[in-house]
Design a protein around this ligand. Structure first.
Ligand SMILES: *Cc1c(COP(=O)(O)O)cnc(C)c1O
Length: 359
């Protein structure tokens, strides 16, 4: 595997992070582990297997859920977008899947069909994200209709999603929480609000079920923190190798567009990873990589297959040496900040060229 980038996935770290959630929320609260988008790029099935102890798994769409069932994963699964047609709806009870119901069109379908096995449902209320969910004004009516619906299990839950819980300004989240509590207080249904930021910053958002995503993978949802600050361990450790070193003369230019110029005679390393692997092309000059334990800054543009790295602080480098792009010792949050994005995106966008190794 020469010069090929490798993602080491530490399933022990994943379980540790799940334990962190469990300790925070206590034993009476259910954990719905969010594993949409291929488990945030970590591998849907391996992660689902490793998390078999959680109360339920959350995916974005029916295809992700069916993949889990085809691979014989028995854990309860909740599909965040629910169903879009009668054909899709019929697959839910058949595959023992629960659906988030967030739209009138879904409610109309539920009232039209007669399912042999009633569907498990989470009713989504829009308290301010303005993406999916029923308006708080309609909740009473929708709840009444669901209760009358023979194709829906009587013990459906109520949920909402926080839009701004990672913000130090707590005003918007407090308003969402108040709105949710106001419209649901008289209802005896199970309730669910919290994403990772809710779990870490709003105790009152725990309710009956929390929905951690990014924190399970060891990453902080807050821009001013890293996972380790909350005892979370990075699950993904992304590495590659030095494929060449090069001695530059002062004034030599490096990479496409000749955007970087050597300020003095110096050595650089060429590392076998690029945007074709999912390393962010917008990573700026100065973005760190770890070579033999030392942080070395990126210089020049990220290419499809390669990046170039300043070795002035690390003279001790040979071809074949391992390079850490993110993971233990180099938080993905740091790289995300240097590429003007969020760690969620970096984790999700690794390509099939990366070799995944599970430990
Ligand atoms: C993705 C998602 C989550 C998890 O969000 P994180 O910020 O990754 O913890 C929770 N709830 C819903 C509805 C989601 O789509």
């Amino acid at each position: 595997m020469s010069g090929r980038a490798k993602a080491l996935i530490d399933l022990g770290a994943l379980r540790n992070n799940c334990d962190v959630v469990r300790r925070l929320v206590g034993n009476d609260c259910q954990i719905l582990a969010m594993i949409k988008a291929d488990a945030y790029g970590h591998g849907l099935l391996k992660v689902a297997d490793a998390l078999s102890e959680v109360d339920a798994l959350g995916v974005a769409n029916l295809d992700e859920a069916l993949l889990l069932r085809q691979r014989n994963i028995k854990t309860p699964v909740i599909v965040m977008s629910g169903f879009l047609s009668q054909e899709e709806l019929s697959l839910f009870p058949e595959n023992n899947l629960a659906a988030v119901v967030h739209h009138d069109a879904q409610l109309a379908l539920l009232e039209k069909v007669s399912l042999q096995t009633p569907l498990a449902v989470w009713l989504k209320i829009d308290t301010g994200m303005h993406r999916l969910g029923f308006s708080p004004d309609n909740v009473n009516t929708v709840v009444k209709r669901l209760k009358r619906c023979a194709s829906v299990q009587a013990d459906f839950g109520l949920m909402t999603h926080l839009a701004d819980a990672d913000n130090v300004d707590r005003q918007f989240t407090q308003a969402q929480l108040s709105e949710f509590f106001e419209v649901t207080q008289s209802l005896s249904q199970l309730k669910s609000i919290a994403n990772s930021a809710g779990i870490l910053a709003y105790r009152e958002s725990f309710q009956d079920m929390v929905r951690p995503g990014i924190m399970l993978y060891g990453v902080s949802p807050f821009s001013d923190r890293v996972g380790l600050d909350d005892h979370l361990q990075p699950v993904m450790h992304l590495t590659s190798q030095v494929i060449a070193t090069k001695d530059l003369k002062q004034g030599d230019k490096v990479g496409y567009g000749c955007t970087w110029e050597s300020p003095e005679d110096m050595r650089i390393a060429v590392v076998g990873i690029g945007y074709g692997d999912g390393y962010p092309r917008h990573a700026k000059n100065g973005t760190p990589v770890l070579i033999n334990g030392v942080r070395c800054p990126l210089v020049g543009r990220v290419s499809m297959d390669m990046i170039t790295v300043d070795l002035r602080h690390q003279p001790d480098v040979s071809v074949g040496d391992e390079v850490v792009l993110w993971g233990r010792g180099l938080p993905v949050e740091t790289i995300a900040a240097a590429a003007d994005t969020i760690a969620y995106e970096l984790l999700c966008q690794l390509t099939r060229r990366i070799a995944f190794v599970y430990v």
